[in-house]
Design a protein around this ligand. Structure first.
Ligand SMILES: [Fe+2]
Length: 297
């Protein structure tokens, strides 16, 4: 079983992969795919952290997302004493209840559940990227946003390092990560700067998804590379957004806080000039927990 080893800032992370590895053909995907970051000052590193929305908009988002997750908790028959606090989610749910919540939410939430107008997010991310973007891209599956819940010290709640674009329907877009609760230097999403331009031949990955410590993941995980696997957590502050390429290696976001659940908003956008189409049906044949909203990684 291959030992996978990588770094998140000063922290060494390792795990044993159960399965085979392979390298892709010697192609840089972004040489032929749509690079939305092209022309931005942050194209070389593949991500940026910027102020997101106004304080009233952010407050509405946090309030709305807390209501959505509270409803999911209560749907498990859990009584919430007093005020619901997203950061203390892990104190309320068992592993089985959390798995049930993820099973319901991993396909994403519906447009009408978004707490503010989606156009406000589209406008801001378009401004950051310098080009008109929409959630209604060619690969849009009818559910434009995802809430990721990562409990403290539960490695099964996060994905090992991967590229989203190893799933074809996630190519040509741009991703955002917005910290909703409990997101800090011990829990926020790691990225590997510059890796969006690595050739497939320079990256070794698991074959057909990944199996790690008995858990199946849909997207292959990075197991090695010609360059060092040195990741970093850009750690957007409250009110900031991390915008990053789906070609960038990211993930492996273990939550190392002792008593804080991390909740983040994750969305994908595509260039508005791309031909719009009818939403594709939401995939229902997804592997068992743990599964990651949208990127299934
Ligand atoms: Fe991902």
């Amino acid at each position: 079983m291959p030992l996978v080893e990588y770094w998140i800032d000063e922290q060494r992370v390792s795990f044993q992969l159960d399965g085979q590895t392979e390298k892709g053909p010697g192609a840089v995907l972004l040489e032929t795919d749509d690079n939305i970051l092209s022309g931005t000052p942050w194209d070389a590193q593949g991500y940026c952290v910027k102020p997101f929305l106004s304080e009233p908009q952010l407050a509405a988002l946090r309030r709305g997302f807390a209501q959505l997750i509270r409803a999911e908790v209560e749907a498990q028959g859990i009584r919430i004493p007093g005020e619901f606090c997203l950061e203390k989610y892990h104190r309320l749910v068992t592993d089985e209840q959390h798995a049930a919540i993820i099973k319901r939410t991993r396909i994403g939430f519906e447009r009408q559940q978004f707490p503010i107008r989606l156009a406000e997010v589209e406008q801001r991310v378009s401004q950051i990227c310098g080009t008109a973007l929409t959630v209604d891209g060619a690969n849009y599956r009818g559910r434009p946003f995802f809430l990721r819940i990562v409990r403290p010290h539960k490695p099964q709640d996060n994905n090992p390092p991967h590229r989203d674009v190893w799933l074809d329907h996630l190519r040509d877009g741009v991703n955002i990560y917005f910290p909703v609760a409990g997101s800090n230097r011990l829990s926020s999403l790691p990225v590997l700067p510059g890796s969006h331009k690595w050739s497939e031949a320079e990256i070794e990955r698991s074959v057909n998804g990944a199996k790690i410590e008995g858990l199946n993941y849909t997207v292959p995980t990075v197991t090695n590379a010609r360059m060092p696997l040195r990741m970093t957590r850009p750690d957007p502050a409250a009110g900031e957004v991390l915008v990053f390429s789906p070609y960038l290696i990211h993930g492996g976001a273990a939550n190392l806080n002792d008593d804080l659940t991390r909740v983040s908003l994750e969305m994908r956008l595509w260039r508005r000039s791309a031909a719009p189409c009818q939403p594709l049906p939401v995939q229902v044949q997804l592997p068992s927990f743990p599964l990651v909203p949208g990127d299934a990684a």
